[in-house]
Design a protein around this ligand. Structure first.
Ligand code: CS2
Length: 489
């Protein structure tokens, strides 16, 4: 089958949207680190809209800091790929043209540094996942003992970490008399702009105190709230898209109709008019971020661990179970909502209704296993921050405690049928060792995992936290996830 390419665009079915601009006339203005499916279904689509709206200077150079897979898939397609927007109402296909260059950092670090040092590049955006910043999830500070950071401090001119690349590229631009780019974190970190600013400033300071002062004082790191559900692409998806297009796309991305991008309007070197493509530019992102991280991602993680243990493969499968749907409504309404400042103009009840519809979207095969990844990096901002606020208000949090207990049950690595769980987490070996030593006994397993300071910090020492988590774990071990959730009432 013919491969998707610029020449193949005219052969596509009329219903398929395609780039409504001259790609050859566009110029790269954004370097994106972490060119995975989420970036391609979210930021790249907003930028594709800006290119179509007559802002040709905002095309994307996409770089992978780890694997060549995306470059290998999209390179032969001149960066083109298909976005499949799926819902109960059907599927809409669009070919996105905004990605004009693809780089793989490990095989050519110099090419990436040169791309980031190009005067036309004014924004460096990132989706490197929560673990990609080499920070301590509980405190948000740079982990100076992280192997990539240790290596980059020894060889700052040949970085391999995101903080390393940002610091070296900023150093080069400064040495060349060029204005710094704006660093735009698009990952689900708490206060993501401020957190990454602190991490990169500290790294730069360790390389050269003067560079540290420059990054801290002269470089813009606006915060963002990013939202779109993007399941991992499967071979079945590839086959279905090829069938619909009549050409082969090696790596299309699947997503939902909903998309949201709230951005702190603080850019050091200009930006595209993203507000004209549906983004929201604000002075303070914090209330939007808190709403999304605690309501959407907090529910996602709770549903993912409990749902996986209950034998549900996808989020929509979990939501089809009335007891789990009730759990999510109770968690959102009774435990999370009281901790949230309402963002200006937000309809919280409507937002929560739309979340439940989005979770139940049958056309999105969003695996519980995918969301369950990297819990050690996700729990602090998704569940533990909310729990801290509940503790401060002396208010109950039994569903949130069950979410934490389900994570504990999950990272112990054996499911309710005695089968091994493929736990993906930068701390999986350490967590597994703690779980193996404690055994499937709540009074030993809970304190063993609560003792991981990088995740729980001082929470472990609060009996008002440890007790309900241990009790929930005891029920999960004794009765299993389905009966435990059904018994919540
Ligand atoms: C999910 C997120 O995998 C996960 O951890 O909770 O990727 C989620 O789908 C997005 O944040 C939605 O915007």
């Amino acid at each position: 089958m013919t491969r998707l390419s610029p020449a193949a665009l005219e052969t596509l079915p009329a219903a398929v949207e395609r780039p409504a601009y001259d790609r050859a006339a566009t110029r790269i203005g954004v370097v994106h680190l972490g060119i995975g499916a989420f970036h391609r279904a979210h930021q790249a689509v907003y930028l594709d809209d800006r290119l179509a709206a007559g802002e040709p200077g905002w095309a994307i150079c996409g770089a992978s800091l780890r694997s060549p897979d995306t470059r290998d898939a999209l390179g032969p397609q001149d960066g083109l790929y298909t976005l499949a927007v799926r819902s109960g109402a059907g599927e809409r296909l669009r070919v996105v043209g905004a990605v004009r260059q693809l780089l793989v950092a490990p095989s050519n670090p110099e090419a990436l540094l040169q791309a980031m040092s190009d005067p036309a590049v004014r924004i460096v955006s990132l989706t490197v996942t929560e673990k990609g910043y080499c920070h301590d999830p509980a405190t948000g500070t740079l982990r100076e003992d992280h192997p990539d950071i240790v290596a980059d401090l020894a060889h700052p001119r040949e970085p391999r970490s995101a903080p390393g690349y940002l610091a070296e590229a900023l150093r080069r631009r400064r040495a060349a008399g060029l204005a710094p780019f704006t660093v735009l974190c698009c990952d689900n970190l708490p206060a993501n702009g401020r957190t990454v600013h602190a991490v990169v400033s500290r790294f730069a300071e360790l390389v050269d105190p003067d560079l540290g002062r420059f990054v801290a004082g002269e470089v813009a790191f606006p915060s963002t709230m990013v939202d779109r559900i993007v399941p991992a692409t499967t071979d079945a998806d590839r086959a279905a898209i090829a069938e619909s297009l009549g050409v082969q796309d090696a790596w299309p991305v699947m997503t939902e109709p909903f998309t949201q991008w709230v951005i702190e309007d603080r850019f050091g070197a200009g930006r595209p008019r993203l507000e004209d493509s549906g983004a929201t530019l604000v002075g303070d992102v914090a209330p939007y971020e808190l709403m999304k991280l605690r309501l959407l991602n907090g529910s996602h993680s709770t549903l993912a661990y409990l749902g996986y243990l209950a034998g549900y493969e996808t989020v929509s499968d979990v939501m089809a179970d009335a007891a789990f749907a009730r759990l999510v409504r109770g968690l959102m309404d009774e435990e999370v909502t009281p901790t949230l400042p309402v963002p200006p103009g937000a309809d919280l009840a409507g937002y929560k209704r739309s979340l439940q519809e989005r979770f139940a979207n049958p056309a999105l095969k969003h695996r519980t296993w995918q969301i369950a990844m990297d819990g050690s990096q996700k729990l602090p901002q998704r569940l533990l921050g909310t729990i801290r606020d509940r503790l401060a208000a002396d208010a109950p949090f039994r569903r949130l405690a069950l979410g934490v207990a389900a994570w504990m049950r999950y990272v112990s690595g054996v499911d309710e049928g005695g089968r091994p769980i493929d736990v993906r987490d930068p701390m999986s070996a350490r967590l597994r060792a703690l779980a193996d030593e404690a055994g499937p006994v709540a009074d030993r397993l809970a304190p063993a995992l609560l003792g991981v300071g990088e995740i729980f910090g001082d929470l472990a020492r609060d009996p008002r936290f440890a007790a309900p988590v241990t009790e929930a774990l005891r029920r999960l071990l004794a009765e299993g996830a389905k009966r435990t959730v059904a018994g919540l009432g």
